[in-house]
Ligand binder design. Structure first.
Ligand code: NAP
Length: 246
């Protein structure tokens, strides 16, 4: 498909094959977007989802590897020719206390932030700046604001992502390119299924709504920022059932 052949807006969702990312892909497709489903290892899930969503396509890259991100942009130019919405949803966590965590584990968690920064730069340069409009939605976390024992690198990355949102919005002056974060609380996905039951119960006790979120409840807010919210810029939207009063 050539670059200019399709007038349908395109949304790229990183980590779109699973959990919150997959819910975002479904919701954005329902809003009329052609969805680019990015994945790293969940190929089967991403392809299955693509078969479900009209006009969507899959795209593989590891956020830890900047060269594959350069390749992703080239593929995007060919497959879609435009990116109107970028949802930086991919994230990675290793649960271990400070003294038990090694540098390799730290790097795996932290390099997703580096990859998110680099991918955003590429999408801005190749697509959004040229068009003069776009929406960038970063999925951070409540724990980036509260801290969480056993998740030090992850909380550093998530706090940094919200700072990234604010700093980038300050750079994007006078353009219709809006950047915001959504900071979910505890959402029922594979990532949280992996937490020990005892930790899951402790978290549940801290949620005033008395239940965890469904991925669709995060995707709803993503869709709102992607299609409306025209005066929301540099903000962090807390979607956490009242957890920690966030
Ligand atoms: P998930 O299903 O484990 O999703 C994580 C996604 O990130 C996966 O699709 C994975 O892709 C992708 N990913 C991880 N490392 C990557 C890398 N190096 N390069 C490219 N992609 C990578 O968990 P989730 O709960 O839906 O999480 C989605 C986002 O929400 C994450 O940023 C997470 O931190 C955030 N969040 C989740 C919760 C929660 O309670 N679940 C709360 C707050 C924030 P592959 O599977 O293809 O490898």
């Amino acid at each position: 498909m050539s670059e200019e052949s399709n007038d349908q807006p395109v949304a790229l969702v990183t980590g779109g094959g699973t959990g919150i990312g997959a819910a975002c892909c479904r919701r954005l497709a329902a809003e009329g977007f052609r969805v680019g489903i990015h994945y790293r290892s969940s190929e089967e899930k991403a392809k299955k989802l693509a078969a479900e969503l009209d006009g969507s396509f899959t795209i593989k890259a590891d956020l830890m590897d900047s060269e594959t991100l350069d390749g992703l942009i080239k593929e995007l130019k060919t497959a879609a020719g435009r990116v109107d919405v970028l949802v930086n949803n991919a994230g990675f966590n290793v649960n271990a206390p400070m003294l038990a965590m090694n540098l390799e584990q730290y790097d795996k968690v932290a390099s997703v932030a580096r990859g998110t920064w680099y991918l955003t730069k590429l999408v801005l340069r190749r697509f959004m700046m040229r068009k003069g409009s776009g929406r960038i939605i970063n999925i951070s976390s409540v724990v980036g604001h509260t801290g969480n024992a056993g998740q030090i690198p992850y909380t550093m990355v998530k706090a940094g992502l919200d700072a990234f949102t604010k700093s980038l919005s300050a750079e994007l002056v006078g353009r219709d390119i809006l950047v915001n974060s959504i900071a979910p609380g505890f959402v029922a996905t594979e990532m949280t299924d992996e937490l020990p039951e005892e930790i899951q119960e402790q978290i549940l006790a801290k949620i005033p709504l008395g239940r965890v979120a469904e991925a669709d409840e995060i995707a709803d807010v993503v869709a709102f920022l992607a299609t409306r919210g025209s005066y929301i810029h540099g903000s962090v939207l807390h979607v956490n059932g009242g957890m920690y009063g966030g």
